[in-house]
Design a protein around this ligand. Sequence first.
Ligand code: SF4
Length: 701
Amino acid sequence: MSDAATVPTHCPYCALQCGMSLRPTGTPELPAEVVERTDFPVNRGALCGKGRTAPSVLSSRVRLTEPLVRRPDTGALEPASWEEALAAVADGLRRTRADHGPDAVGVFGGGGLTNEKAYTLGKFARLVLATSQIDYNGRFCMSSAAAAHQRAFGLDRGLPFPLEDIPRTGCVILVGSNLAETMPPALRYLTELKENGGKLIVVDPRRTRTAEQADLHLAPRPGTDLALALGMLHLVVAEGRVDEAFVEERTDGWAAARAGAMSHWPEQVERITGVPVPLLREAVALFCDADAGMVLTARGPEQQSKGTDTVGAWINLCLATGRAGRPLSGYGCLTGQGNGQGGREHGQKADQLPGYRKLDDPAARAHVAEVWGVAPESLPGPGRSAYELLDALGGEVRALLLMGSNPVVSAPRAAHVEGRLRSLDFLAVADVVLSETAELADVVLPVTQWAEETGTMTNLEGRVLLRRRALTPPAGVRSDLEVLHALAGLLGWEKGFPADPEEVFEELRRASAGGPADYAGISYRRIEEERGVFWPCPEPGHAGTPRLFLDRFATADGRARFVPVVHRAAAEETDADYPVVLTTGRVVSQYQSGAQTRRVDELNAAAPGPFVELHPRLAERLGVADGERLAVVSRRGRAVAPARITASIRPDTVFMPFHWAGEGRANTLVNPALDPVSRMPEFKVCAVRLEPLAAGDATAG
Ligand code: SF4
């Protein structure tokens, strides 16, 4: 490739996977510049600041370019050769396994890893390490929606329709999503919806920039949107708005779901949620008067200890009104992380095998074992979910291999998780920068970034995309696939772990064939020619499946399932000691744990640090002025950040973004109560108290 070549690719960050092109510059300070790419339909050239500045993180100035090994004499991480570093990792994993058994070795992956990496990491854990203890940070991202999807429709794909359908529906209810900050280029789908005469309802405790676009904004108390959905379904029934023919022809279980909704009177729902009954009625009228409608959820309803039931309640609303399995209608989840979708399809989740197969299904085990050339009975069973795995570190799990994640910042009850990581016998981290988690490692392996390697990603629509290598990586770094190839070799697996991504993808195709997420008909060539292919795509001649469920749902009998749900309180309610609700989320100029975006000057200038958003009435009661430091205290710990006073939040609620480490680490406060089905922690609701600090106080902990 000549230096002047421009390579089409995709952004390294969120699940929108915006198209962009990269032009190599040949300079180490900024190795590539972003060129607008208008041929990719999802973003049509638009990018947010994170995507536009992503090449900054490729600069060797901000990244690791040589392995680091912790020296016993100094206790410090110091440069080492690749041979020494890989041997130390292999030794650490081998020793732990010999001393404590295979399940004493854990593997933790990430929702930003390519499909090829997620697939190889899962295979590495189950074959090379023979451990059941593997999960990934995507468990924190959308697993409640995935579980609700599975229960109702028999299949989980974030959106069962392409984004381009959104402007052509009649009404969208957007629940717990702030697209204007998390995926700015996607906001145009809502703008176009309104230009076409469609209606937008936003459900969010904060009047966000997205909520400002809405025809109707409902601001329930955090953790009560399950009751809100039930109240709307109650009114749908009471007002004779049920699509009886659809319910009869395409669903099962309506009677029990109906009974659950009818026990939630609108006035009772108003008391629980704080949303007045007239607004509830208005929402039902907007949704039911439209010819077609969609409900889209994100982390708000999902990151709760009842996230699966909350999403289930919104799905029930769609099913009862005939807004599912029909053109321009349906329920969808706006997946967060870049490959949150693909990452949960190909085997780095504790309970899954490639192709979205279940690890406890004998037929699935037999199929994948045959592709891998091993006996089905040699595959371990399901392991712990992400938080449970992190909580077990230093106890039953004594060594950890971690790729593409920074749980010191991103995990719930983060100070506790940091302590568990510190208590490990051995920790190896592969990353592009020295993240807060990598700082704790015994060995740090510097790896390539998105522009320096080839691999596929699956965006929130289920569209499989290809990112081709555009740049030569700095000397001294290797790809994650090369790392796993080398480690497998050192641990006695000379074959079966290729470092070439296309070779891995060809095997992934076979492993996924016949499974729910069937990639068998997808090839690198097709993805490039067609600008992405939607799974399922079972054979090369198949066109892919942009729209699911139009003829039948993916259950055995083709019918969708209502799941009866009732409201229940958050795992931790406010009381006299902790009288305020904390909810957490993101800001537009940082991404997840900030490991990459906090290295970008332009993004730091726009979003330099954490803050506590609170209502003027609450601020007045506390006697705190805008910008003054405030301690936020929960039963898990304490975080300190400046106050940001705004009338756009409920007076009983405060908001903190979670991108930062140190004293302002929001996840220190978060309650790790888990949803019983998805095992997703309750990031969105916990009880806190607020303590204004005098200037100079340093009381984080
Ligand atoms: Fe990247 Fe997401 Fe921003 Fe698009 S919206 S540029 S994919 S971070």
